[in-house]
Design a protein around this ligand. Structure first.
Ligand SMILES: Cc1cc2nc3c(=O)[nH]c(=O)nc-3n(C[C@H](O)[C@H](O)[C@H](O)COP(=O)(O)O)c2cc1C
Length: 189
């Protein structure tokens, strides 16, 4: 059985982003995956201090000096076979909670540990306002994942106008992704 981490961020536990995550998880579990959900806004996460005049001690140690929930979440991601990244769209970008976590993750993983390299991921951006900015948000997420050597299997844009047909698609996507984690990916970058 494959382990999938679903990491998501919106302060709203009952909104569009939460619904997207819920439907994806339903698809994953229906295909037999073991799912670990991480709601970033509920966790204690400080921003990167850019210690050591910029590059930080994490470049040598692979460990962040800040004592909060970062290390535990990083371990969950490192142990997962697949990762689903779901963010609400703020200012055509990922949420602040995501940015804070992502900055520290990238430093530890891209410069030293490489625990996340080669993982196949799914990206979901949820824009509940005008619907503008999902593509920029997905691009920003992918940029960070690429620095860490991860690969993007799919990029899904959710807006309030497409939710009636995209939420069922997310469920199907979860099922397909879980099955593909079992059988192997036929993709190149
Ligand atoms: C600070 C802020 C910036 C936002 N920027 C955008 C945006 O660029 N495009 C958009 O469609 N919606 C935007 N929104 C709306 C969020 O995307 C919306 O709240 C999103 O659907 C999250 O939904 P949820 O709270 O239901 O999870 C913004 C909301 C906030 C609070």
């Amino acid at each position: 059985m494959k382990k999938v981490a679903v990491i998501w961020s919106s302060p709203n536990k009952d909104g569009l982003t939460a619904s997207a995550g819920k439907r994806f998880v339903e698809g994953l579990t229906s295909a037999g995956a073991e799912v670990e959900e991480i709601h970033l806004n509920s966790r204690k996460l400080e921003h990167c201090r850019a210690c050591g005049n910029g590059w930080g001690s994490c470049k040598k140690s692979g460990v962040c000096v800040i004592q909060d929930d970062f290390a535990e979440i990083y371990k969950t991601l490192a142990e997962a076979d697949g990762i689903v990244w779901i963010s609400a769209v703020y200012w055509s970008d990922m949420t602040e909670a995501f940015k804070v976590f992502f900055d520290r993750l990238r430093r530890c993983d891209a410069t030293k540990n490489h625990f996340l390299a080669e993982k196949r991921c799914v990206l979901v951006a949820c824009a509940g306002g005008t619907g503008r900015g999902t593509l920029e948000c997905l691009t920003q997420l992918e940029r960070g994942l690429t620095h860490m050597g991860m690969r993007v299997y799919d990029r899904i844009s959710v807006v309030r106008y497409n939710k009636d047909y995209i939420l069922p698609v997310l469920e199907k996507a979860g099922e397909t992704y879980a099955n593909t984690l079992e059988t192997g990916f036929d993709m190149y970058y």
